[in-house]
Design a protein around this ligand. Structure first.
Ligand SMILES: [Zn+2]
Length: 273
């Protein structure tokens, strides 16, 4: 089961998140039929999205992270909402997506979304996320996300993320930094202990007074026929009729869950009734 633990540690000065996303990554592998390299990249991004979705406050909140390579040949896009429904896709990333731009959109569903972007130097998702938080949100963040793929299956995915709250003492910064050393090979630790075991083994002292929140992120697309109708309607009846006469049907593909929505003449007639 996918898990996300959240709590405050080290005198409530550091926000801790512990993730186990193995199942989530395996579902993505199945839906998208991913090779190992793509699974590792998308899996890391999905884990990052699960973390950021877990930080949302508003009930209508949503988050998306997109990495585009500099030459435009590869894209990875993931998104998630406050329910912990995470989804994503990777396009042309098999050659290894090195560098590019990361764009993060945080939407609370009410006001204008927050958009942050940063240039990437590597394709290490942990480093990229740290860079993003440092540059775009100015929050010191330590990220150890790992994904381990073997024989087409994700053996372990997840990680540990710590964010320093304003006014964190030097002593607690050191404690956080030192503890993060244990998660350099995050996927191995998740594989061995799971999120439960990481909490027990490394943070039991800090969390003995409670205040630990556990949620269960999952791979779930939020597309629906109704939503797709909302996408094609603005094209207008004429344009849709044109597509119908040229192609016989209107096919809309959802990248996130690899599903096709088909609209026939009858459907279009009904839409414009
Ligand atoms: Zn979908």
């Amino acid at each position: 089961m996918n898990k996300l633990y959240k709590c405050l540690v080290y005198d409530n000065q550091v926000s801790l998140s512990v993730l186990e996303t193995t199942e989530l990554v395996n579902k993505a592998i199945k839906i998208h039929n991913l090779d190992a390299a793509s699974a590792e990249i998308l899996g890391g991004m999905l884990t990052a999205a699960a973390y950021m979705a877990g930080c949302l406050k508003s009930e209508r909140g949503a988050i998306s992270l997109t990495v585009k390579s500099n030459d435009g040949s590869a894209t990875v896009s993931v998104s998630g909402d406050i329910k912990g429904h995470i989804r994503g896709y990777i396009d042309g990333g098999d050659g290894g997506l090195k560098g590019g731009t990361l764009t993060v959109i945080k939407d609370d569903g009410f006001s204008r979304p927050f958009v942050g972007a940063c240039e990437l130097k590597t394709y290490d998702v942990s480093e990229n996320l740290m860079q993003y938080f440092h540059i775009s949100e100015q929050i010191p963040t330590a990220v150890a996300i790992g994904v381990k793929i073997k024989d087409g299956v994700c053996e372990a995915a997840g990680g540990v993320i710590m964010q320093l709250l304003p006014g964190t003492s030097e002593e607690n910064m050191d404690r956080a930094e030192q503890r993060m050393q244990s998660f350099v090979n995050a996927a191995d630790v998740v594989g061995k202990l799971g999120a439960d075991g990481i909490m027990r083994e490394y943070f039991s002292q800090e969390t003995q007074n409670g205040g630990v929140y556990l949620t269960f992120p999952e791979y779930k697309c939020n597309c629906s026929r109704k939503k797709i109708e909302g996408v094609i309607l603005p094209l207008g009846k004429n344009e849709l009729e044109n597509i119908l006469s040229e192609q016989g049907e209107i096919k809309v593909h959802c990248h996130y869950c690899n599903k096709d929505y088909i609209f026939t003449q009858t459907d279009v007639d009904r839409l414009f009734k």
